[in-house]
Design a protein around this ligand. Structure first.
Ligand code: ATP
Length: 581
């Protein structure tokens, strides 16, 4: 079972991310841009460490995978052939009151009492009445060959100004204009402010019916009825419905599809012929370059092509911090194989990917492989796993591992008319390879790393009194800064000089941080908070003041255990490198 969401923990994480420079809202000084985020000095390091490690494991440490870096803009034909132009959409529902849109499959199920209304009556507003006068009354009057149409309408407006009521004004005007008598009812009907659209409101148990009435009145007011009198129909209990807005109880409009691709124009003309899209996934450039890469890489099946890069989706509801963004990065591998190997390789890659997450410090028990059922899977996929992580806001997808058969290459082969076949030297057969795709999100994994690392524990302060310690327990491999270097006192030239020597020694090998300000305990805390796994302190022992044995040794403090050990400066680089790589 997934754990209940922990919004307090999430709030603390978001606030730490901003305070310490991991992640900022994009365009913050202008009020931000929904679904876009900027990574600050520490965030960018964390992200780079993740991407480098993925590249190392997927490309450099394997014989059977090569990399590529495709462009974000591609020929529109790619998106037609891949099916994205027609079908890359999510169903959305819209609240008729607030106009806010939600992804239909992401509305939380709710239970309660539904109040049904079959309509409302009331007065008509000026704007609607004016529109009706021009669009609905006009043809009725013209049908009568009513030469007095304009004066009649002016007369209605004048009476309405005096008495404030459109229906009454129309009735009074009809009394004075004999020609209107035969059509009087028709004209009057246009002005009776009745809205007979059915509407309903869901209220949680225990809420007073007035709350439903308030929302229903807003609904009918927006449809042109002033001071609506509701026509109540019935009330009924309901369970686990997703048809109502969780924020105000209003019945959503019918679900509609929304294409998630960002449309853009290439070149100086903005017309149909110059349309293309910002890529919504990196995979397609791998498929369309399959033949080129195959020729230059000279690989035999099974082999893979890997890519890391930006992708864009105009998500209906960006939310949960960076989890669902409109601009994000993906790390994708397309692993090409023979048809008969597909299912076995799907399981192989699932295991490889789970191992990867463990190796970057994500606990195995917080990872879940969900076997995506037939009805949720793309029609061409014979098997898909979602790797999910227990985020503080619930269990959510980190990565999809999908066996996509030969769908993608076949689509592009058919649409382009260019062969994307593989020639097997041994069997002399030609065929379109199948593919298994592990597709991971950089931003989601960065967020998982931060959520996993975040912890509050207790540690003694300068005077030995216990205080709350905020720590990010990043795996040393992922930590943005690997080592803090501290001279015990900032006003001692020898200590400072020695510490700077160590900075020069370590800098070529890792990202380090030099800090000489404040008490040493404070400096440790500052590094704990950003997840620096090691702290090196240069003290009087280092200078040889407590005997020759300790000369040129330093204290190395480990973040998680807070244990300190004495290490010779000569051994320092080797020891740290072995622990961060
Ligand atoms: P979801 O169901 O959450 O929208 P998806 O199944 O559509 O995701 P895929 O098309 O399989 O996602 O994309 C592969 C990976 O790309 C996802 O597992 C995720 O890590 C990442 N990803 C997809 N959409 C987003 C997004 N809007 N923001 C951040 N990462 C994303």
């Amino acid at each position: 079972m997934s754990k209940p969401p922990d919004s307090q923990r999430m709030e603390k994480i978001v606030s730490l991310c901003k305070r310490r420079g991991f992640i900022f809202q994009s365009s913050e000084i202008y009020g931000g841009l929904n679904g876009a985020w900027d990574y600050g000095p520490l965030g960018v390091e964390l992200k780079r460490n993740l991407k480098s490690y993925w590249w190392r494991i997927i490309v450099h440490e394997r014989d059977d995978v090569v990399g590529m870096d495709g462009s974000i803009l591609m020929n529109r034909a790619v998106w037609k052939a891949s099916g994205h132009e027609d079908t890359f959409s999510d169903l959305f529902v819209e609240c008729p009151i607030t106009k806010k849109r939600f992804r239909a499959d992401q509305v939380e199920p709710q239970s309660g009492l539904v109040y049904y209304y079959s309509g409302a009556t009331g007065r008509m507003n000026d704007e609607d009445a004016e529109r009706i006068l021009q669009t609905e009354v006009d043809p009725i009057l013209r049908d009568l060959e009513f030469v007095w149409a304009e004066p009649f309408k002016d007369h209605v407006r004048k009476i309405r100004k005096d008495r404030g009521d459109w229906l009454g004004a129309v009735q009074a005007a009809c009394d004075n204009w004999p020609d209107t008598r035969s059509r009087r009812q028709e004209i009057e009907d246009c002005f009776s402010a009745t809205c007979s659209i059915a509407f309903s409101v869901l209220l949680a148990a225990g809420k007073p019916p007035e709350a439903a009435q308030k929302i229903a009145k807003l609904f009918y007011e927006q449809r042109g009825v002033i001071e609506p009198e509701l026509i109540f129909d019935r009330k009924e209990p309901i369970k686990d419905t997703t048809r109502y807005n969780p924020e105000n109880g209003a019945l959503f409009n019918e679900p509609r599809p929304f294409n998630l691709m960002f449309k853009t124009y290439v070149g100086a003309t903005e017309d149909e012929s110059s349309i293309t899209y910002l890529r919504p996934e990196t995979a397609q450039s791998i498929f369309v370059q399959f033949k080129n890469v195959l020729e230059v890489a000279r690989k035999k099946l099974p082999f893979g092509i890997a890519q890391i890069g930006k992708a864009f989706r105009n998500e209906i509801n960006p939310r949960n911090f960076t989890f669902r963004s409109r601009e994000f990065e993906q790390m994708e591998l397309e692993y090409f194989c023979r048809a008969e190997e597909g299912m076995k390789l799907l399981d192989y890659w699932l295991e490889e990917r789970l191992k990867f997450y463990e190796n970057i410090g994500i606990a195995r028990e917080k990872l879940h492989a969900r076997n995506v059922p037939d009805e949720e899977r793309a029609f061409y996929s014979k098997g898909t796993y979602d790797i999910e992580y227990d985020f503080p806001f619930g269990r959510q997808e980190l990565e999809g591992v999908a066996y996509r058969t030969d769908y993608d290459l076949s689509q592009h082969q058919n649409a382009s008319g260019k062969s994307l076949e593989y020639f097997d030297e041994e069997t002399k057969q030609r065929f379109v390879p199948h593919v298994v795709e592990p597709s991971a999100g950089v931003d989601r994994t960065v967020l998982a790393l931060i959520c996993e690392a975040y912890s509050e524990d207790e540690a003694p302060d300068e005077k030995g009194k216990m205080e709350t310690r905020l720590v990010l327990h990043f795996h040393p491999r992922m930590a943005p800064i690997k080592c803090g270097i501290f001279p015990l006192l900032r006003n001692n030239a020898q200590l400072v000089a020695k510490a700077k020597e160590i900075v020069d020694l370590l800098r070529p090998h890792m990202n380090i941080f030099y800090d000489e300000s404040g008490a040493i305990g404070r400096r440790y805390r500052r590094q704990d908070e950003i997840g620096t796994p090691f702290g090196v302190t240069v003290d009087f022992e280092t200078l040889g003041e407590k005997g020759a044995a300790l000369r040129d040794t330093v204290t190395v403090r480990e973040r998680d255990s807070m244990k300190q050990e004495r290490v010779a400066i000569n051994d320092l680089a080797g020891m740290l490198i072995s622990r961060i790589s």
